[in-house]
Design a protein around this ligand. Structure first.
Ligand code: TRP
Length: 452
């Protein structure tokens, strides 16, 4: 079985060199491994938590981040690449999970606690400025992950607690509703992935204002940032301490081993910082120039990106829709008008079977359908797709109450109302098997009609 790897990128900023080396590059490399089924998405609902005051920033960031990942080589055919906000099943699941999440668990979330601590230190109300979005952020993140039953979730260290919470919430849901609905996800912390230093040597981060832009601003902005990297005051000709210079750390993150060794040696033998910066610029240009060209082309064609993301959403929803239908059923949000058996239908293993029943569901295209299942769970009929759930419900109800006409159709059989086929039985191996299945279906329908 493939390993499903999933990660989200909050769309609140412009990707910088640190994001590229620390997250984008390793994620794309991982997605190219055999046996990996990768899900990468733009966490744009998460962006609203911190960026409520700046809709333009969120909009711009979604575009920049999508263009960056595509320019960096993400293959949308291979990876499921989508926007969180294009999957309505995610907030729907988020609510089901919210209802099984103890408030006390959320009280312990680091991000929330840090905000409370800051407020306390300032002497204002502990919950000052804290939205419910911030408070229940880990539940939304759990929904992102559990929706697709991801096995592995690569994230930064600051997200470990959120993964633990996702596991807790999944376990609680599985336990309450009596089945293994959700896979318990494992966190993946990439130890060997570069954490790049910024201009001042601290971790490269938007919040320290020490970033080197990846594509935005072009070669010029990249060069001007490199020239601002802080170095010590050693003059050309003086040996440099390469190991402790972040210029060297940056160089190493982009050069093959042989080249970084040569660079290090040159520094130790007195290469001037100006020349070293020029060498770093050349190296980065070599690595990034082609990607930057693709980025610029993509940024100029947002409709193309939109198409790619919509195709990704469609791929993701093929999984999310039927799974959400199953989860709705599990918690008791079911179509009305089914037989008494419907209530105990596909939900939990414990409650399943015992009575023949109609079960409604949404298929992968989002259409409404229903099945007739025998007491042992065998499928006797599966309806045609309906765009309108009311119509599907009405047909189901009629099959149950009025004895419909059943007739053979090739190796299969069908049930018709007013002479129009509304449901089909599965094809049988031979005529005798088909006649047996037909008879069984007829008896089952009569049984349900009596129970009604
Ligand atoms: N909260 C994550 C971050 O800030 C982004 C994110 C949202 C995420 N949903 C996710 C990461 C699901 C992994 C899986 O980095």
């Amino acid at each position: 079985m493939n390993t499903r790897v999933l990660t989200g990128i909050t769309t609140s900023g412009t990707p910088h060199l640190g994001n590229y080396a620390g997250a984008i590059r390793p994620a794309i490399q991982a997605s190219e491994q055999p046996g990996v089924d990768a899900f990468f998405f733009l966490a744009d609902y998460h962006a609203l938590i911190k960026t409520t005051e700046d809709p333009a920033r969120v909009a711009r960031s979604r575009l920049e981040i999508a263009a960056t990942w595509l320019a960096a080589g993400l293959d949308p055919e291979r990876v499921t690449f989508y926007r969180q906000s294009d999957i309505p099943e995610i907030p729907e699941l988020c609510w089901l999970l919210t209802c099984v999440t103890p408030k006390g668990l959320m009280n312990r979330a680091h991000a929330y606690k840090a905000s409370v601590d800051q407020n306390t230190a300032k002497g204002v109300d502990p919950d000052d400025g804290i939205s419910m979005g911030l408070f229940s952020y880990p539940v939304l993140m759990a929904a992102d992950i559990l929706m697709f039953n991801a096995h592995k979730v690569p994230v930064g260290r600051d997200q470990i607690q959120h993964l633990e919470m996702a596991r807790d919430i999944a376990q609680r849901f599985n336990h309450l509703y009596g089945d293994e609905y959700f896979v318990l996800p494992d966190v993946v912390i990439a130890e060997d992935v570069a954490t790049l230093p910024g201009l001042d040597g601290r971790k490269m981060s938007k919040s320290y204002n020490n970033t080197i832009p990846l594509f935005e601003g072009g070669a010029k902005a990249l060069r001007s940032a490199v020239m601002r990297i802080v170095t010590d005051s050693r003059q050309p000709g003086e040996p440099k301490d390469a190991e402790n210079s972040h210029l060297y750390t940056l160089y190493r993150a982009f050069a093959p081993a042989g080249e970084s060794a040569a660079f290090r040696q040159a520094l130790e033998q007195g290469m001037g910082w100006g020349d070293a910066k020029q060498a770093l610029c050349d190296l980065l240009e070599r690595d990034l120039a082609e990607m930057r060209e693709r980025y610029v082309a993509l940024m100029a064609a947002p409709a193309r990106i939109e198409d790619i993301l919509m195709a990704g959403a469609e791929k993701a929803r093929k999984l999310a829709m039927p799974f959400m239908a199953r989860l709705r059923d599990a918690v008791g949000l079911r179509r009305l008008g089914g037989s008494p058996g419907v209530a105990s239908a596909t939900g939990s293993k414990k409650a399943a079977s015992r009575a023949a029943r109609f079960v409604s569901f949404r298929d992968e295209t989002g259409s409404f359908r229903f099945r007739l299942l025998a007491a042992d769970g065998e499928e006797l009929l599966c309806s045609i797709p309906y765009a309108d759930p009311k119509q599907a419900g009405a047909a189901m109800r009629r099959l149950q109450t009025e004895t419909p006409s059943l007739r053979a159709e090739g190796m299969a059989y069908l049930a018709a109302l007013d002479d129009a086929p509304v449901a089909y039985g599965p094809p049988a191996a031979d005529d005798a098997a088909r006649e047996a299945a037909l008879a069984r279906t007829r008896e089952t329908l009569q049984g349900l009609a009596r129970a009604d």
